[in-house]
Write a protein that binds this ligand. Sequence first.
Ligand code: NAD
Length: 549
Amino acid sequence: MDSSNIRSLVIEDNAVHARLILSLLAKAEAVSFDVVHVDTLTAGLARLAQGGIDVVLLDLVLPDSQELDTFLRLRKEAPDIPVVILSGLEDINLAARAVESGAQAYLIKGQINSAQLERSIRYAIERTRAQSGEWDSPMFRLAQQQFLKAAQIMDLDDNFRQRLLFPQRTQVVTFPFRRDKHEEVETVFGYRVQHVLTMGPTKGGIRYHQEVNLGEVSALAMWMTWKCALMQLPFGGAKGGVRVDPTGFSRKELQRLTRRFTSEIIGMIGPDKDIPAPDMGTDENVMAWIMDTYSQQVGYSVPAVVTGKPVVLGGSLGRKEATGRGVVYTIEDAAKHMGMTLDQCTAVIQGFGNVGSNTARFLAEDGVKIVAVSDATTGIYNPRGLSVGSLLEYIREHRFLKGYPEGEEISNAELLELPCDILVPAALQNQISAENAPRINCKLLAEGANGPTSLEADEILNNKGIFIVPDVLANAGGVTVSYFEWVQGTQNYMWSLDEINSRLHKIMTTAFHAALERSQRDHVDMRTAALIEGIDRITQAKLLRGLFP
Ligand code: NAD
């Protein structure tokens, strides 16, 4: 669901009330509503059967159905849809009974304004998602399927297979934070997940995004485990997140959100326990606030509780651009293996945040012609090549790519299918599926984002002869320099940028060749080979430690 556009079904037979609700929905500020209005339950159920509705606003007294029976009949046909009851003051007891029977909320017609209506609907959707969908995320299914495929090929002991399918520890929190409009307090969901505690402290980013749920965070934590093991770093995988869309937030709001989230998960994190880092929607400022909140609680400065923080607070030189730099190191290795000359290659990059923009920058330094980039607002295509410097300048000024003048606007879907030598998805998961994989037109796919390719798409791309550098390898530069930052923080070292980059290069190249050799030796694709390398290391460590008690 696109959380900025909510598809609502209003089932209300009173024309005056219906007009009022529709006009309140039209005035909503934070989200837009696509509204379908019907005046009988029969028509409502018929519309629901077609799918695509996010929430129902329901009057209980209709020409073809009366009172609680109206809600129960709707619930029977659509058990998972959030329902907000529209009640008159005289029917308030009836509305309360509907809530007891499973409706998410009720509102008194005539006593609501647009902001209250919008908020009730958003919370109804949130609650339904929290109750039904936490583990059930496509990303978690993908991470588990990838793991099971590798486990089967490597003939993994069944005890390990069961143990590693789910994370070892999870914490789900709900907490309030105050918006800048002082009277508004949002309640949001946050998560911290630690997948494997065998290898040392756990490590993984914190994501602020409206789609975050327990399943998504668990998938990301699982991938972190394989990634750290593949890079031979002394960490298990973790991840965290808050289900919130931070794009419209002021810095003050972001800071309040971060500090409260940190204090909610403070028992889970620590420099020897679990070390957060930036991910989508978070950056070095967010890390500085986490570090400060943690340090305030324990009474002294603990820079090593996070990585990816500003250099002046103990951050590592090179961390900010490390993921993009690592993506490019693996592209250089892959190009050498494939016999491609980089300064004759073209590249398309989806996402122009931390990973995407730095990948573009370093690829351009290698002489690659960047023909298209995109962000959440638009894609920009210029077959003659885009200037990365000018794109970065535009972003600094306008925050998003929308309106960038030196190229043609294209959609993100079109961008992925452009003919090019190198394609780098560096935004979201789940971008290349069985549907668009046949039209992907590159030679090399380097996954900057986590989980951009489905298992079915993997097979299609492999059959087309596209060389894939999988996410656990391609984007591992971030956690590798995070490890350097943690080492420097705990030992009070300061390494130079050259030292950082040359150590990073060595680790990335070693991991690339380990995966490539495994792939050639076992006749498996690069993703499965990289996962097997990681899983193998974890199982060895688990065997050596033995089982407690
Ligand atoms: P970011 O928030 O800095 O940037 C994300 C970019 O994606 C932005 O340009 C945003 O506008 C764009 N985007 C959002 N929705 C989009 C959409 N629907 N279509 C196209 N573009 C869209 O995040 P980031 O840190 O660059 O992370 C990007 C990906 O890389 C994520 O999958 C993340 O898990 C992964 N990753 C990041 C790091 C890191 O060090 N930051 C490390 C490893 C992996």
